[in-house]
Design a protein around this ligand. Structure first.
Ligand SMILES: [Zn+2]
Ligand SMILES: [Zn+2]
Length: 255
């Protein structure tokens, strides 16, 4: 599998600060942040599946516009995989005919442009030999992490999460973990803000990494613009021996 980073920033501000979205091969999106808007229409129209970690705007911002743009170009519904709680939030607060039309009922409910597919933590979806599994996470709204398994290796994406022992257990259970994309949204001086918003700061991320008994390449994502160099310095100071890098927009990870 090939994962291309369309965006991994914790905020906006210029063409290198798109919010979270990854294009997997040419038919899957993991999260649907502002980076999706950089893809040409014909690439957008080939996307058949969107997996959402949670309903926060930086992870779903492009979904309403995506479905509006490609709906009539496609012969089958775009499938949006998310937990029942996330689906409920999107239905109630975005696709509610007030903020945006309900594209799961357009042009009609039997053959809609978009279909929601509920997915519980621990469940997986198999797509032509590729397996995507929802893993536990802890955030201010119901949220999951994802494991992407190509059959010969895995990649785990934390989504947005605080310290979550169940997620660490799930990461350690991967037999051939090649890549870990771990959010670290705030610097340590904003420890209180990280706790309140259920994100990680470097001291917490270092605890997570110290508890791993697998050895993936670690990619740090979701850094708040303006704080990114400090976050990376704090991480590198705490674990100088670990292969750790900042995830960059445009990166391609193969596994
Ligand atoms: Zn969030
Ligand atoms: Zn976020």
């Amino acid at each position: 599998m090939k994962l291309r980073v369309l965006g991994c920033s914790g905020g906006i501000g210029g063409s290198q600060s798109r919010t979270t979205s990854f294009l997997v091969d040419d038919d899957i999106l993991v999260d649907c942040g502002t980076g999706v808007g950089d893809l040409p229409l014909e690439v957008l129209s080939r996307i058949d599946h969107v997996f959402l970690t949670h309903a926060h705007l930086d992870h779903i911002a492009a979904l309403p516009l995506l479905i509006d743009s490609v709906g009539e170009l496609r012969s089958k519904p775009l499938l949006v995989h998310a937990t029942p709680e996330t689906i409920r939030i999107l239905h109630s607060h975005i696709f509610n005919w007030l903020v945006w039309p309900d594209f799961s009922a357009i042009p009609d409910q039997h053959q809609p442009f978009m279909r929601f597919q509920p997915m519980m933590v621990g469940e997986h979806v198999d797509l032509r030999g590729r397996r995507i599994t929802a893993l536990p996470a802890r955030h201010t709204v119901p949220a999951v992490a994802f494991c992407l398994d190509s059959g010969s290796g895995q990649l785990v994406f934390s989504g947005d999460t605080a310290y979550c022992p169940e997620l660490i257990d799930a990461i350690n259970a991967q037999p051939q973990l090649r890549h870990l994309i771990l959010e670290t949204a705030f610097a340590d001086e904003q420890h209180g803000l990280a706790l309140a918003s259920r994100h990680l700061c470097p001291s917490m991320s270092l605890t997570v990494l110290a508890e791993l008994n697998v050895a993936p390449v670690v990619h740090i994502s979701h850094l708040k613009p303006g704080g990114s160099s400090r976050i990376m310095e704090e991480l590198r100071a705490g674990l100088p021996v670990l292969a750790l890098r900042r995830l960059e927009q445009g990166d391609v990870l193969e596994f």
